[in-house]
Design a protein around this ligand. Sequence first.
Ligand SMILES: [Zn+2]
Length: 473
Amino acid sequence: MRATLPIALLCSAAVAAAQTPRRPTIGNAVRPYVAIDTPTVALTHVRVIDGTGAPAKADQTILIENGRITSLGDANQARVPAGAQVLDLTGKSVIPGFVMVHEHLFYPTGPGAYAYLDESFTRLYLAGGVTSMRTGGDMNGFGDLGIKRAIDRGEKPGPWIDATAPYLEGPGLNLPQVHELTDANDARRMVDFWSSMGATSLKAYMHITRDELKAAIDEGHKHGMKTTGHLCSVTYREAASLGIDNLEHGFFAATDFVPDKKPDVCPGQNAGQASVAAVDPSSQAVKSLIAELVKRHVAMTSTLTVFETLAPGRPMPPGLDVLVPELRDLFQQRYDAAQRNPRGAMATLLPKARQLEVDFFRAGGMLLAGTDPTGGGGVIPGFSNQRAVELLVESGLTPLEAIKVATSNGATYLGRTNVGSLAVGKQADLVVIDGDPSARIDDIRKVSMVFKEGVGYDPAKLIASVRGKVGLF
Ligand SMILES: [Zn+2]
């Protein structure tokens, strides 16, 4: 009998904890970037773009209590409790926080060299409106996991992170920090290990075999992990039949159209890209591949931002002034080289691949968005996430469709039903924008505040803290 009372107390405490949403911890390193930290916040007279693709609604009020949206509706009927912090957002819009799925915490600093820039990148992602992200493959192993946990503990500002395990890759990449799989058992072992360490997603790379990929996908599913791929040795059709969940880089990495493609062999990135540049989007081969991907519910991540930096005739990407001067110069040289090569492979590949992404979306495919801050550099976290949405609109999606791809589609893919759209009961992850991105997509750059779990962050302060220093930390 002596044990009864403490157990009863313990149980009621547990029930209370489940009913009252936990307020996020804000540590000393996060505090300087926080603009709003009251339990009850009313965003009044704001245009709501809810992330589902539904039309924007004017003059709404959103009530945030303890990190959740507890009411959302017409401003003139809204109940604003006494003690709420009221922000009059007349003329502004809110969208859900971005849920972006091909992000990285490293940046190219030279041939085969990458700097791990977790500190500056996570601040920039949050400043750009990214409140949830999947790292799209890991070079470092424990780095993404460590930074994810530090953010969750409130020790660093940044988005919620779905941490992907190190690349699942066979011999061929020639990067010493990437493990080379030997067979299917090795793939299973690697998946089990990284799952046990806390990784929650898997990424296959260009030289994996079908056997290894199949083993990784199946083992991952046992652990509740989805597998994505930047493929080459395995075609999109083969990967779909093996049960892959997601394909990276739209159709840029498809080798389905390479003549005489040998099974399990990567014909080289250039051969793959040349074959995609040459396909006829209205051909049976393309239509049947898209239909197969849609039928098997394979998602596809658009990463147009990284390809744009390699193509001629494209504008300089946004946000370069955050880089240290050496990295800015390095990118400028690469950009100039692309401009001097107006008939380079990317000149025909970029428009073709963009059309194929839109065709996939129009066929009912689950299109996701990411930025991939690798390649030749110039893809700056946060800024490029906004650019990714602009590029989807330039490709042919409506602004509402592009916002849906960058928010609720990402959340649906990651199985995070509490974020990605704006509705009563959802976590208060949302972005305040000066203007109306449902009418003018370039307004998406005018982010004035980012809420994550109901805490409002100041993007200007986050960006100022790293300006001119990205490359150092
Ligand atoms: Zn990547």
